[in-house]
Design a protein around this ligand. Structure first.
Ligand code: SF4
Length: 230
């Protein structure tokens, strides 16, 4: 299995855990603000490593790392993912899976098989501007709604997160998000940050004051909401 990146140590990606992060190429969204443009658009770059080398690396990190974060791209697009996660779990690691929520059945299957200890789902926007924010014109929101409902049910430990971008998120959009995710256990608003690898250059973050205003608005529905990395 091709692996397009391996960050060998992170204290940030898995809340409260010392972890590494595995990047899998390919995504069914084209979020204009995506920072991993090389992993989603056009031909994928050559893989950095593969599953065998990853498992050998993890074998040597037993007792040193708590967990493994699997991100992308969209990891659930990869049919080999459950088998890889099963091997990682056999080595004794916790697993965190990042997803854009487009494959609720695969997500549910991972959780039901005990292969995902923590799920971080990007909720790109309120329903009105979701398609535009995900960069997919004829987006079917039903699978995304299904993933949100599954996580809200408490079937898995989870967080929702939204990257807030000036060009895509207004008060109305944040209000829609709050209503949709009402009662969520964890919800993080993250500020967009301009980088060279962004899919569509020229986007802008909101300032801290506006983000705090959005947070106050969202907290009317999701009291546990927080700003992250602001
Ligand atoms: S931000 Fe996430 S969901 Fe959006 S294109 Fe990038 S990898 Fe895919």
């Amino acid at each position: 299995m091709d692996i397009h990146g391996l960050q060998k140590l992170t204290l940030l990606d898995y809340p409260g855990k010392v972890a590494c992060t595995v990047f899998l190429g390919g995504c069914d969204f084209r979020c204009p603000f995506c920072h991993n443009g090389e992993l989603v658009a056009g031909p994928l770059p050559p893989p950095e490593t593969d599953d065998k080398a990853l498992l050998a690396f993890l074998n040597k990190r037993r007792g040193l790392l708590d967990g493994v974060c699997v991100t992308g791209g969209e990891p659930l697009l990869r049919p080999e993912l459950p088998a890889l996660l099963a091997r990682i779990k056999e080595l004794g690691f916790l697993v965190k899976v990042d997803t854009n929520g487009t494959h609720p059945d695969r997500l549910r299957a991972l959780v039901e098989r005990g292969l995902a200890d923590y799920v971080a789902m990007d909720v790109k926007n309120g329903p009105t501007r979701y398609a535009e924010t995900a960069g997919v014109e004829d987006l079917d929101l039903a699978p995304i709604r299904d993933s949100v409902s599954f996580l809200l049910s408490g079937a898995a430990d989870y967080e929702f997160r939204t990257t807030v971008v000036r060009e895509f998120h207004s008060e109305d959009d944040l209000r829609e998000l709050g209503v949709w995710l009402a009662g969520a256990k964890r919800y993080f608003l993250q500020s967009f940050a301009e980088r060279d690898t962004v899919l569509r250059p020229g986007l802008h973050p909101w300032g801290r004051a506006e983000l705090e205003g959005f947070l106050a608005l969202v907290r009317q529905y999701v009291p546990a909401a927080e700003l992250r990395g602001v």
